[in-house]
Design a protein around this ligand. Structure first.
Ligand code: ASP
Length: 342
């Protein structure tokens, strides 16, 4: 089917009206992603693609509803990530990949751009929605990052819902693990190269009070072993928000994102070099990361509601609702070289 493309190549069919901020009101905006690591056109059948697009739209709308009712960006990113964590289609919450030992290990982080407060959790196996645990770490503890059994004990104290580990089982992820193990050979699970299965979900938002927030949640990588933790719960690497610059949620090969401190680097370029959000995100994702061999992408929003969504992989599941109320949902590059919305 020949789908008409708009200026930046987004399918017009996906551009739907969600209602802009009323005249004179401060802009609100939200972007979500469902990962960048595992998408090959050849492997995504039409039915799954439809389901993925619908889930991304649901997530974006869940966050946007919070914003248009005057809610906080923190609540908006949380609402969006909850939708994606509860969907078996994405590598976070239900649908998380199995680590090398056949366990679903979950990481998440959330950051408030107004206060620079942040909360993160890593290595959870029983928390149904890790983003809720991360939020409690941020708001009810003096800490930033809690790990494993201790993090789960804290989550229980805070009334966060636990599930049996079987809740996270999906046949698709189990089969992915079997294939990854079979291909692992002599790599000891530390580097399965192109066979590595990774992905993540995330959201960034600007609310009507001018506050930015970012949230990210993941099951890590299928080859996670030896307690490996990726970039998602590392504040500044996979997740960052600062009202003075921007909010960023990343997805990709975590080791590269940690070493390049990707999310903070983008915000620093906006703050110190006065680059536009799109320029800063492109400089890090399309140039710096590419030169260093790091594959993945980010979603980012600034305090004017500009949205950037660059990725250097074949695709990144993503959706956004801009200040003018337009919704866009996309998976591949769709002909747009920088994959940005503005
Ligand atoms: N960044 C995550 C990790 O390395 C995975 C991903 O986003 O694809 O654990």
């Amino acid at each position: 089917m020949g789908i008409m493309k708009n200026r930046v190549g987004w399918p017009l069919l996906a551009a739907l009206w969600c209602g802009p901020a009323a005249a004179g009101e401060a802009p609100v905006a939200i972007a979500v992603h469902g990962g960048a690591g595992t998408i090959l056109r050849s492997e995504l059948d039409a039915e799954t693609e439809q389901a993925v697009r619908a889930a991304l739209e649901r997530a974006a709308r869940a966050g946007h509803d919070v914003l248009t009712k005057g809610g906080a960006s923190l609540d908006a990113v949380q609402a969006a990530v909850l939708v994606l964590e509860d969907s078996p289609l994405f590598n976070a919450g239900k649908g998380a990949v199995f680590n090398h030992d056949g366990v679903n290990e979950l990481d998440a982080a959330i950051m408030d751009g107004a206060s620079l407060n942040a909360g993160a959790v890593a290595g959870l196996t029983r928390v149904r929605n890790p983003i809720l645990a991360a939020r409690r770490v941020m708001e009810a503890s003096p800490h930033v990052l809690l790990f494993g059994a201790g993090a789960e004990a804290f989550a229980v104290e805070q009334g966060v819902t636990l599930v049996e580990p079987e809740y996270f089982y999906t046949e698709k992820r189990w089969q992915q693990l079997q294939r990854a193990r079979a291909r692992e050979g002599a790599t000891l699970g530390l580097n399965a190269g192109a066979d590595r299965v990774f992905s993540t979900v995330g959201a960034v938002a600007l609310d009507g009070d001018g506050n930015l927030a970012a949230a990210t949640s993941t099951g890590g990588q299928t080859t996670n072993r030896f307690g490996r933790v990726g970039d998602v719960p590392v504040i500044g690497a996979g997740t960052y928000a600062d009202n003075q610059s921007c909010a960023v949620s990343a997805t990709g090969h975590g080791e590269y994102f940690i070493r390049s401190v990707v999310a903070h680097d983008i915000c620093a370029l906006v703050a110190y070099r006065d680059l536009s959000l799109a320029e800063a995100a492109d400089a890090v994702v399309m140039k710096k990361l590419v030169e260093r061999g790091g594959r993945g992408g980010v979603i980012a929003v600034d305090r004017r509601g500009n949205i950037a969504m660059p990725f250097n992989t074949e695709g990144m599941y993503r959706a956004a609702i801009r200040p003018d109320g337009r919704l866009a949902v996309a998976i591949y590059g769709d002909g747009d070289p920088s994959h940005n919305l503005d």
